[in-house]
Design a protein. Structure first.
Lengths: 123, 798
């Protein structure tokens, strides 16, 4: 059983863990709609003031400013969300990498613990 | 296949996973790891270096938890040995040198065995009872299970369960006992795989497809949220349906039309029950989980259904209603991610209760093409819309939705059962699905597949037996909702009625034993399940003079077999003497609810009595030929109406005089029956091809005076039944009865005058007693010959 475990741990298990790290980071990006928000970065936020307006120049100018504001407001909000998403994905990835680094050590931890105890390592 | 290698790596891993792969075990391991870390932390903070050893112990715990998770499902290794292909859950339990009985014990506790035990109604211990305990049979069992694997990679518990049954020499007999055959077992395996895939998909579904910023580029839709129903929100939380190939093609077609540059609308046109609304739900589901086939402009679009009655009830007057529709369409257009769905779209294009003609408001949006809109309408309504508003049809991209075929319908039923089981807390058996398909096809004419099967399946949930929806539940649901009898006679009282049909019929009619026997035999065949279901229950031609019991026998069948004398559809064919009258037979139910097809649609389980058939126009008879032959008649709208659960009785007086002559000459019916029928053909009264369509041609003979006296008794029984409410009864002296028969006897009119004579004498005498208060409640009014004579004299009878 131990042999089975070790052959899985240092073989397909490790590979699966690597795939999962990528999957989780991509999941975070999706949860924060990063790709979608990037594609629509300068779209009017919730289509507010998005429609074309007919009328005198002053009305049209007002609508144009409204539209520009909506776009920039949207871009600002989206950028914040994209940033949060990217940071979240990065954190997920970093933790994932740490996990992957620790992965091969994990079965050896009892041995390392005994060594540390014998060496009298303190904190 | 080689012998099972107990110590093969995959088998070892599966056994390890049986313990470590348990959810609770993983929680225990991880919890222990956390406790150890905390303990180690405390020890180390107190300067105890032994804490490192404790920390070290967490490594194996966490590793074991992670490994255990991966062992729940160990992928097949590509080999062909038993241990390479067995499903993990089975493999983990297989002992050394397994016998078929070992496999039976294993699978009866796993999904596959439980599935067949419950859904196929085989019982929990069935597999262990039939399995061999001879180890040499194992390889044959596994080989059989492998044949069920198809393109899959694993031999599952369901395949082994099915193989255990199929391997038994008496498999066909066992399966027949529960109404199944060997071919049903692979279908069961596929059904379980489907259920498991749906559950897997449900567990892995995205809680919020597209993420939290999904709708930021799209507009707010407060008005649509108030007046519409968001199908996409329903789809996001629902079970993912199996991809039905033909339906997926229609969804692809819809996406192409909605994603194109021109008019972005779809009009789904199909018969009721063809699955138009379901297609729109599938579209909503696809758009929320966009794959490469979904045009980018449609990804994460939401489908909102509008209901005309909600709109009508919310608006005061037409002006406000049109204004609201304009605002709703405008909102959908501006939001840029809304697809409007008008189910039963004709309700938006016609005036009526619950409907309103909004073509003026909607047409510009349809013509302009910017608004994405889907309409669903049935074929007839579509034709009406096109006739009324031809330009509207030009603006719409029509997609025909065809009824589903048998395989697709079964898949749709399998999808639907999961929802219904959750909703009604029931379990559907495999037999119930089969029966729902078969019976809905026969009896639910107003819908097409899959809708007709699904609606029957849902109705059956209310007739479940202890939470189990069986073949009987489906039959019962159909019997309750349609008034038909489809189950075979299964109660003692029902069997008694059928076995003694002749006696029951003779309680209300005299003699004519030949006719009564012929009809009773046909009814018994039907209820015993041995009749040809592609024809009516029975078709009879009753020939004979007036007043000999032809109509009475039809009524008796309605009362005894169809449980109500009212279950008779009577057509006087002397009213169908012109060729144009054919149209009246098959008229639209909405136009003429008394047409033959309309009445049979309403009451498919009835006696159809075609009186005086010899008087009908030949074209009317030709139309009826199809009914006699196939049990099917198409109405004016080309909809099939089934007569397959009707008893069809045609009556005729043709040649009545001849019958009287033969009988008066002392001949028996059997002696001149064939000669008489030949004469009818030779004289052109009936065409031979018409007469040949009947199961039985039965001659009724005139009643003699002693039989008419029995008719008097039957009539008197009826009077006593009526008087019972007043606690009175009447008895007539025997000589008085003889006098009544003499007074009413007419060889040409048979028993018909008897009722009139009894009315004029007995009923009048009783009426006098009641009005004069000479008959106290609880007493019997005895009528003597003298009283009858007096009453006859008073009425002027002979």
């Amino acid at each position: 059983m131990i042999a089975d475990f070790l052959s899985w741990w240092y073989g397909p298990g490790w590979r699966t863990a690597l795939v999962n790290v990528h999957g989780r980071a991509r999941g975070v990006l999706e949860d924060f709609s990063v790709g979608l928000l990037a594609r629509t970065l300068f779209s009017p936020f919730r289509q507010i003031d998005a429609g074309s307006v007919r009328g005198p120049l002053s009305v049209q100018m007002q609508a144009w400013f409204g539209r520009v504001f909506s776009r920039f407001f949207g871009a600002g909000l989206r950028s914040i969300m994209i940033l949060i998403g990217l940071v979240g994905a990065l954190l997920s990835w970093v933790f994932g990498v740490i996990w992957l680094v620790f992965w091969p050590i994990m079965p050896l931890l009892p041995l390392l613990g005994v060594v540390a105890w014998l060496a009298g390592v303190g904190i | 296949m080689s012998e099972f290698r107990y110590r093969a790596p995959r088998a070892r891993q599966a056994r390890a996973g049986r313990l470590l792969g348990q959810q609770w075990m993983q929680y225990v391991l991880l919890l222990a790891a956390v406790v150890l870390v905390l303990l180690a932390l405390v020890m180390l903070l107190e300067g105890n270096a032994l804490g490192w050893v404790v920390v070290g112990l967490t490594g194996p715990l966490v590793s074991a938890a992670v490994w255990g998770g991966s062992l729940r499902h160990i992928p097949t290794s590509g080999g062909t040995a038993l241990e390479d292909v067995l499903e993990t859950a089975v493999l983990a339990r297989v002992p050394k040198d397994p016998t078929p009985k070992d496999f039976a014990k294993i699978v009866m506790n796993l999904a596959g065995g439980k599935f067949f035990a419950s859904r196929f109604m085989l019982g929990r211990d069935f597999l262990t009872q039939i399995a061999s305990d001879n180890q040499s049979d194992t390889s044959r069992l596994i080989a059989r299970a492998e044949t069920l694997r198809g393109a899959g990679t694993e031999v599952t518990s369901a395949m082994i369960a099915a193989a255990l049954i199929l391997e038994h020499p008496d498999a066909d007999q066992y399966l027949a006992h529960v109404g199944l055959s060997g071919e049903d077992l692979p279908a069961g395996v596929a059904w379980l795989e489907h259920i498991e895939s749906l559950i897997g998909a449900y567990k892995n579904r995205k809680k919020h497809p597209g993420g939290i910023g999904r709708d930021w580029a799209f507009g707010f839709t407060p008005l649509l949220e108030r007046f519409g129903r968001n199908l996409s929100e329903q789809a996001a939380g629902g079970v993912i349906a199996r991809k039905l190939e033909a339906r997926e093609r229609v969804v692809d077609q819809m996406m192409d039309m909605l994603g194109q540059a021109g008019r972005r609308n779809v009009a789904l046109v199909g018969q009721l029950g063809s699955g138009k609304t379901k297609l729109v739900h599938m579209l909503a589901e696809r758009l929320l989980d966009p794959d490469t086939r979904v045009p980018r402009g449609l990804a994460y679009n939401q489908v909102i259904a509008l209901d005309p009655s909600t709109l009508i009830s919310s608006a005061q007057g037409r002006g406000q209603l049109e204004d609201m529709v304009l605002r709703l369409c405008g909102e959908a257009l501006n939001a840029k991610n809304i697809i409007l769905f008008l189910d039963d779209a004709h309700l938006f294009f016609e005036e009526g209760t619950g409907s309103v003609d909004l073509s003026t408001a909607l047409t510009p949006f349809l013509d302009g093409g910017a608004l994405k809109i889907v309409l669903a309408v049935d074929e007839q309504r579509w034709t009406q819309i096109v006739q009324r508003n031809g330009s509207l049809a030009q603006y719409l991209n029509r997609v025909i939705v065809a009824p589903s075929d048998a395989a697709e319908t079964h898949q749709a039923m399998e999808n639907q059962t999961l929802l219904l089981e959750h909703q009604y807390k029931v379990l559907y058996t495999y037999q119930s699905l089969q029966t729902a398909y078969e019976l809905s096809g026969r009896y639910i004419a107003e819908q097409v597949m899959p809708g007709r099967a699904l609606s029957l399946l849902e109705a059956a949930a209310h007739a479940s037996d202890g939470g189990l929806v069986t073949r009987g539940s489906v039959e019962q649901a159909l019997e309750q909702t349609r008034g038909v009898k489809v189950s075979t006679a299964n109660t003692q009282s029902e069997r008694d009625v059928l076995l003694n049909l002749e006696d029951r019929i003779h309680e209300r009619m005299i003699n004519q034993t030949h006719a009564v026997r012929a009809v009773s035999d046909a009814l018994r065949r039907a209820r015993a399940g041995v009749r040809n279901t592609a024809r009516p229950i029975g078709t009879f031609l009753f020939l004979g003079p007036t007043g000999v019991g032809k109509t009475e026998l039809a009524k008796a069948i309605a009362a005894v077999y169809f449980e109500d004398e009212q279950n008779i559809i009577r057509l006087d064919l002397n009213e169908y003497v012109r060729s144009e009258d054919v149209a009246r037979l098959i008229a639209d139910p909405a136009v003429d609810s008394h047409s033959l097809t309309a009445q049979v649609s309403q009451r498919p389980f009835s006696v159809v009595l075609l009186d005086e058939i010899e008087k009908a126009h030949p074209e009317v008879l030709t139309t009826l030929l199809q009914v006699l032959d196939e049990g099917i008649l198409r109405d004016i709208n080309n909809r099939e109406v089934s007569f397959r659960d009707c008893v069809i009785i045609a009556t005729s007086n043709a040649g009545a005089e001849k019958i009287i002559q033969h009988i008066q000459a002392g001949e028996n019916l059997e002696q001149f029956e064939q000669q008489f029928i030949d004469e009818l053909i030779n004289t052109g009264a009936f065409r031979p091809e018409f007469l040949n369509r009947f199961d039985e041609i039965t001659l009724f003979r005139p009643l003699d005076q002693s039989e008419l006296k029995q008719v008097i008794d039957i009539i008197l029984r009826g009077i006593n039944t009526t008087l019972a409410s007043q606690k009175l009864s009447v008895s007539v002296a025997e000589d008085a009865k003889v006098r009544l028969v003499q007074a009413g006897y007419d060889a040409r009119l048979g028993a018909r005058p008897m009722r009139r004579i009894v009315q004029r004498t007995v009923e009048n005498i009783v009426a006098d007693h009641v009005l004069q208060q000479t008959a106290a409640p609880g007493s019997t009014i005895s009528i003597s010959l003298a009283e009858v004579e007096a009453a006859l004299a008073r009425s002027g009878a002979k």
